[in-house]
Design a protein around this ligand. Structure first.
Ligand code: OVM
Length: 408
């Protein structure tokens, strides 16, 4: 830590830190680092990345609710699209500002609203039951591959309406790249891009085409919205791409974070097992305690002060939502405790404001259904080895997790 600012030309009136949020060692356990950042100041400056940083709930909330000042159209990663070329065509819902944003968001918001997605519940429940049947028969398995990946790759990809062929090979690899791209162009980004370029990017473009989608899925409904004039024809495949970018890795990792949290806190699983109706509330606490998405950026559109710190225009501001979810200023002295009885709503796992996750209800639906199916039939989880982290620049999850389960 030093207080000598290196902001390019002008001095930064915030504490400067050489903290690197993207190191493996930080991603292993970011929470002690977040605590230091929250204690350091409401606004700090990340000298390695020439970006401001926010780690407290209140300031993050304020920034995310002010899209006119903290925009998304310059990219929500470290790269500034005004000066750097993005790795793919910008998203027409994530990486845009009002008024453009309102139009695409309305279509996707409607598509993923409860009234629409509640129709998916019976199929989602049936698949969860079948999956839990198979896992109970096996007793021990890799929770990442056999449960947390298997379920969304099956039910969510079916709901979108893409072919089964290629899902396991390309879908998660593509999302891995999308979420790495919200961080710096580091070794992790480069390796992931090389991998995505050997098939996944092309495959995604192909399955987003109308002719490759089932006629009744969420993807087809985006094309119908274009037919109705709500979207330009070329916008439909872009928004199918959004569903596939944002909807897989995130739900997979959320399930991973749920399993690891319950395996490590058997008393908390006992509560959910005793009362499976708690599943949705328990999921919310998982999302708070082990946020799936950990950090992303906004870009200033003008001179502005945050907590007394002046920022110029075109400044990147990193919001550590994984830290907001552990901020004792918001959650009290028990912020670091996994407690499924807590009122965890209001957490930042899905962001907030106009860009708050459009898919959060379908994400919760999947999580709730899987946890409910497990709660009814699994008495306990045991880790049969150390879970192996999946390192990504902005999302937190695992690549393997050997577990055994005891039937109720
Ligand atoms: C998109 C997109 C991709 C990833 C995440 C996301 C968190 C949106 O392609 O629009 O929201």
């Amino acid at each position: 830590m030093s207080n000598i600012a290196q902001p390019g030309e002008q001095a930064v009136r915030a504490p400067v830190t050489d903290f690197d949020p993207y190191l493996d060692s930080v991603l292993d356990d970011p929470y002690p680092h977040y605590e230091k950042l929250r204690e350091l100041a409401p606004v700090f400056y990340l000298s390695r990345y020439n970006a401001f940083g926010l780690a407290r709930h209140a300031e993050i909330d304020a920034v995310l609710r002010d899209p006119a000042t903290f925009c998304s159209s310059a990219g929500v990663g470290l790269a500034n699209f005004h000066t750097e070329t993005p790795w793919r065509k910008p998203s027409i819902i994530l990486e845009v500002d009002p008024p453009m944003h309102a139009r695409t968001r309305k279509v996707v918001g409607g598509l993923l609203a409860p009234a629409s997605i509640n129709k998916l519940r019976p199929a989602f429940e049936r698949e969860a039951e079948l999956l839990v049947d198979r896992l109970l028969a096996r007793g021990s398995f890799d929770a990442v591959h056999d449960l947390c990946e298997a379920y969304p790759l099956n039910v969510f990809a079916d709901a979108v309406g893409i072919p089964a062929e290629g899902r396991d090979k390309y879908l998660l690899a593509y999302g891995d790249m999308v979420f790495n791209a919200f961080g710096p162009v580091n070794e992790r980004f480069q390796a992931c891009l090389a991998k995505a370029q050997s098939g996944a990017i092309e495959w995604i473009a192909e399955v987003c085409e109308r002719k490759n989608l089932t006629p009744d899925g969420l993807g087809a409904r985006l094309y119908q919205a274009a037919d109705e004039g709500l979207l330009a024809p070329e916008e439909a495949p872009m928004l199918v791409r959004t569903l596939l970018s944002a909807g897989l890795d995130t739900t997979v990792f959320t399930l991973c974070n749920a399993i690891v949290s319950f395996a490590r806190h058997p008393d908390q699983w006992a509560l959910v097992h005793a009362n499976p109706a708690m599943a949705r509330q328990a999921l919310e606490e998982v999302l708070r305690y082990e946020s799936t998405f950990h950090s992303f950026y906004r870009t200033t559109t003008r001179e502005v002060e945050v907590a007394g710190v002046p920022m110029g225009p075109e400044q990147k501001v990193c919001v550590f939502i994984g830290s907001a979810n552990r901020d004792p200023r918001r959650w009290g002295e028990t912020a670091n405790r996994f407690d499924v009885t807590r009122r965890a709503s209001g957490n930042m796992a899905f962001g907030t404001g106009i860009h708050g996750c459009a898919g959060q209800m379908i994400a919760r639906l999947e999580g709730e259904i899987v946890l409910t199916a497990l709660a009814r039939r699994v008495k306990s989880f045991r880790l049969e080895g150390r879970p192996v982290m999946h390192y990504n620049n902005s999302v937190r999850g695992y690549k393997s997790m050997p577990v055994s389960i005891i039937a109720a």
